[in-house]
Design a protein around this ligand. Structure first.
Ligand SMILES: Nc1ncnc2c1ncn2[C@@H]1O[C@H](COP(=O)(O)OP(=O)(O)O)[C@@H](O)[C@H]1O
Ligand SMILES: [Mg+2]
Length: 314
């Protein structure tokens, strides 16, 4: 199987004894997991230890979000959604696993880098409408507040007004939170989160406290931000009304006699070749394979990982 994922351009290289070399060659040429993606979570684990009891809030989460995508993760209460958002927002660190956002390794950031990350790379919207806005400021003042480094004073106000208009709350510019509906507050919160042109917008149950009509307006506002500004959006929700990522992944079942000898358990790695798809055992990370990182290719090969479920007849 490993041979099928070798260099398809050079079939002559498959002479006896050349197979191992071919495998090693393919290993070196393979792009890193999630290369070029906006969000890469690789076996993310977060364990909380409180009063002697351990809660495993994230149990080896893999997640890839491409640049410019709008993704909604739908999960039940207690499934670790807020835990994930706090990690991606740079407010919490994982117990194990790796996480990269916009090419930055969140575990390796210095305190200073973390501050600049939180200020400029990500924007967030929390479930509690009251956590997003300062109640004694108007909508416009709230949006301007994070723009300390964004051009002239007049430029800031103009951009803040543009954001409020884009999100359909221009009419709220001079109102304080108390004079706005829940949906208007959340849309103003989105404008505030976009103030510093973040690359990634994170929203933790942004419609959790809203009725369905208002929830649709808030989802619409997130879609507008994604479409008009190109910002990548990741929202977590238990709300089945949320927009879905189109094209649900399909389920494939591989014959047991093919996957077992290769130790393919839990997860495999897929690689798109010119005329076929290679399926690889998902080897554990090793120092050796990280050292052997390939030179930057013009376009990295499309790779993905797929969970392996036990055959249904077992
Ligand atoms: N600070 C914490 N200390 C201990 N357990 C926590 C803490 N935060 C969350 N948990 C637990 O982790 C699990 C996931 O929580 P959370 O990420 O808030 O889920 P969700 O947002 O999907 O409802 C839950 O069992 C929750 O009780
Ligand atoms: Mg939550």
């Amino acid at each position: 199987m490993a041979m099928t994922a070798g260099t398809a351009d050079d079939p002559g290289a498959t002479s006896a004894g050349g197979v191992a070399a071919l495998g090693a060659e393919a290993e070196r040429g393979r792009g890193a997991y999630g290369e070029g993606a906006m969000v890469v979570c690789d076996r993310l684990v977060r364990i909380y230890a409180a009063e002697g009891i351990e809660v495993q809030a994230l149990q080896g989460l893999d997640l890839l979000v491409g640049k410019g995508e709008l993704t909604a993760l739908v999960g039940a209460s207690g499934s670790g959604k807020s835990t994930l958002m706090n990690i991606l927002a740079g407010l919490d660190t994982p117990t194990a696993g790796a996480v990269r956002v916009a090419g930055q390794d969140l575990a390796a950031m210095s305190a200073r880098e973390r501050i600049s990350y939180r200020r400029g790379t990500v924007g967030f919207i929390w479930q509690q409408t009251s956590r997003n806005l300062l109640p004694y400021l108007t909508a416009l003042q709230n949006v301007i507040l994070p723009m300390r480094f964004a051009g002239s004073r007049r430029g800031r106000a103009a951009r803040a007004m543009e954001l409020l208009d884009l999100l359909g709350v221009g009419h709220c510019a001079h109102r304080k939170q108390e004079a706005m509906s829940g949906g208007e507050q959340q849309r103003t919160a989105i404008a505030t989160a976009l103030a510093n042109r973040p690359e990634l917008l994170l929203a933790d149950e942004p419609t959790g406290e809203l009725d369905s009509v208002t929830a649709r307006e808030v989802f619409g506002a997130l879609q507008a931000a994604n479409a008009e500004l190109g910002v990548t959006v990741l929202l977590v929700t238990h709300d089945p009304r949320s927009p879905r990522r189109s094209g649900a992944p399909s389920r494939w079942q591989l014959p047991r006699e093919m996957i077992e000898p290769l130790g393919m358990r839990e997860r495999v790695r897929l690689e798109a070749e010119r005329d076929h798809i290679g399926v690889w055992p998902d080897a554990p990370r090793s120092a050796a394979s990280e050292d052997a990182s390939p030179p930057a290719a013009a376009s990295p090969p499309a790779t993905a990982r797929l969970p392996v479920s036990p055959p249904e007849d077992s």
